[in-house]
Write a protein that binds this ligand. Structure first.
Ligand code: ADP
Length: 343
């Protein structure tokens, strides 16, 4: 028997109860009880397809009206009709609830499926990037060794080739390390009460040399304490602040403002700069992994920082986006729910 036959069989079964109720209703005057029985027969279809629930509800409504028509006599009162109409309304209410339940059930299944796929993918990324590190390390160290041992003994062409290999393997090591860090984000996450002012202070201390070198002026407004994953929040601020300094305009002192707004159930943080800005058509793409808008010799980086930020904000059920005007500056916004523990 194929799947279609099996399904047909199950669907026929769903009509058996309403048919039995119909026959009993014809033979014995059940009054209000008939409505209750029909409602139960619809409630039994709670996990069935939407189309099927609708079909059975139409049949049931028809059965409910058919009996007083078939058994009509001078004794039939308007109360009977009112009872029947109330029964039909009850049937359609339960039918609506069953359909909504089915929708939610489908969404839940999809969500679980996606979550499992996500976990699989993360596992894969972790294993791949972890295992790639070893051969890459060998490649980098042996090309360095070759360069040292054969210094002055190779012709210019061979030296150039060796240099390319060495640079490419270093670049790949950095990318693989970035990928490994990406897959590790949130692995050991621990919810805590995080004082964002303290976190930003610590980040600014870590970035001290870059800040001094660039002469950056940074204003930090009063920030709240949030229920969040501390290590991840720190990395988030670090990436956004270091980008705001890095992508400054030539000969213009970087000016940053870090602030927050309370919007309903969220804290909306912002990191504003007066840097090079981002064209509107790139503003969504920059959050993808390894997406960069500039050549390595213009601005250093791997293109993974904002992907880290996106993953961290997702962990907090928040949103991350940028508003920017090229050659004027950018503001990166992210939200952190005030009730993360309730998710
Ligand atoms: P990276 O900094 O390593 O290039 P990111 O993922 O942090 O990678 O950023 C991706 C790209 O987004 C950057 O290459 C840059 O083009 C753009 N970007 C990020 N932050 C800013 C900013 N504050 N101002 C202008 N452009 C930015």
């Amino acid at each position: 028997m194929n799947i279609k036959d099996t399904l047909n069989k199950i669907e026929l079964k769903g009509l058996v109860i309403p048919l039995l109720v119909f026959i009993v209703d014809l033979l014995i005057p059940l009054g209000v009880a008939v409505g209750v029985l029909y409602v139960c027969s619809i409630a039994l279809l709670i996990r069935k397809e939407k189309k099927y629930i609708l079909l059975v509800s139409v049949f049931v409504s028809f059965f409910i009206l058919l009996v007083p028509i078939l058994t009509y006599s001078h004794e039939t009162t308007w109360v009977v009709l009112v009872n029947r109409i109330i029964s039909i309304v009850a049937v359609w209410i339960v039918s609506y609830i069953s359909i909504k339940h089915k929708d939610l059930d489908d969404k839940m299944k999809l969500y679980i499926q996606l979550e499992n796929k996500n976990k699989e993918l993360e596992q894969f990324t972790y294993i791949a990037s972890h295992d790639l590190q070893e051969p890459l390390y060998t490649l980098t160290s042996f090309s360095e060794l070759l360069k040292k041992d054969y210094a002055g003994k190779l012709d210019e062409n061979a030296n150039n080739c060796l240099e390319f290999i060495s640079q490419a393997s270093i670049r790949m090591s950095v990318l693989v390390k970035g990928l490994l860090d990406y897959s590790c984000i949130g692995q050991k996450k621990e919810l805590a009460i995080v004082d964002c002012n303290k976190v930003v202070d610590a980040v600014l201390k870590d970035l001290n040399s870059v800040i001094t070198e660039s002469n950056a002026k940074i204003i930090v407004k009063k920030l709240p304490k949030v229920h969040a994953y501390e290590t991840e929040i720190r990395l988030l601020f670090q990436n956004l602040i270091s980008n705001a300094i890095k992508f400054s305009r030539k000969n213009i002192i970087p000016q940053l403002v870090i602030s927050v707004r309370e919007i309903n159930n969220d804290w909306q943080f912002s990191v504003k700069d007066n840097g090079i800005g981002i064209d509107t058509r790139h503003q969504k793409r920059i959050f993808a992994i390894f997406k960069r808008l500039h050549a390595k010799n213009e601005y250093a980086g791997t293109g993974i920082g904002l992907a880290h930020c996106k993953k961290i904000v997702d962990l907090h059920y928040g949103k991350l986006w940028v508003e920017s005007i090229p050659n004027k500056g950018s503001t990166f916004y992210f939200t952190i729910s005030k009730q993360i523990n309730k998710h």
